[in-house]
Design a protein around this ligand. Structure first.
Ligand code: SAM
Length: 234
């Protein structure tokens, strides 16, 4: 029951639906000016997640902020928006798209230090999509935005586990992490990235459920696209 005098209560018992729809045309239409690739998720997906799992005034974090979909939608919905992004040109794009959001140019592998300086208070929802990696034929390191060589799939998964540990500590009790991750077919081999990320991140934050993103046309090499929901105990 809602205590009307106290205003809306956080939607602790709510969860995401098992399926969400997405259209390739939406993705193209929402491409930010100057972007040369579609690494973003759709505003519809971000709206569904943020509406379901937060209330106005809550803090929403995206540590791989990209072109700022999470931050722009969170701000539009009356949530406080905070992001980290490695590439300066994408930080600039976020400033254009979501001028009221806070965005820090930096490396999410140092999330704790980056955000302790910002003193933001507890995070209600972390909605993000990490840079992807395949287990085969992938020398570039996703966590340097593919700018360095010498990447290893298990090291990458370890880095994501450590970042999830930092996110755990930033979340309020009962707060959610929602990760958009796909399985990928590349040069004759399918990397079960979504399953692998679910397995390693659940060491840091308990896994709750997956939502299948039902595309009219699956983007490039993906075999399936998912939102993985984790929830901090409490
Ligand atoms: C899949 S994209 C996120 C797209 C975003 N969800 C959107 O809708 O625009 C991943 C982003 O993570 C950034 N990135 C890669 N390594 C990073 C790191 N170590 N720290 C912070 N950002 C990083 C990339 O530059 C890229 O913009």
């Amino acid at each position: 029951m809602t205590d009307q005098a106290a205003g809306p209560t956080p939607p602790q018992g709510r969860a995401l639906p098992p399926y969400l729809h997405a259209m390739a045309a939406e993705l193209t239409d929402e491409r930010v000016a100057g972007a040369d690739e579609d690494v973003h998720f759709t505003e519809h997906v971000a709206t569904e997640v943020i509406t379901a799992l937060t209330i106005p005034g809550d803090l929403v974090l995206d540590p791989f902020a990209g072109f700022g979909t999470t931050l722009a939608v969170a701000h539009r919905l009356g949530r406080r928006a905070l992001g980290v992004e490695l590439l300066p040109e994408r930080v600039a794009a976020i400033h254009e798209r979501a001028p009221d959001a806070t965005v820090i140019e930096g490396d999410a592998r140092g999330l704790h230090q980056l955000l302790s300086a910002a003193d933001t208070g507890p995070v209600a929802l972390c909605l993000t999509s990490p840079p992807y990696m395949t287990a085969n034929a992938h020398p570039h390191n996703p966590l340097t935005a593919y700018q360095t060589l010498g990447a290893h799939y298990n090291t990458y998964l370890g880095d994501l586990t450590n970042i999830a540990g930092s996110i755990h500590d930033l979340l309020r009790p009962g707060g959610h992490l929602v990760l958009n991750v796909a399985n990928i077919r590349h040069q004759g081999h399918t990397t079960t990235l979504a399953w692998d990320v679910a397995r390693v991140v659940s060491r840091a934050i308990p896994f709750v459920a997956e939502t299948v993103i039902c595309w009219d046309t699956l983007p490039h090499d993906l075999t399936g696209d998912y939102l993985l929901t984790f929830r901090r105990d409490g």
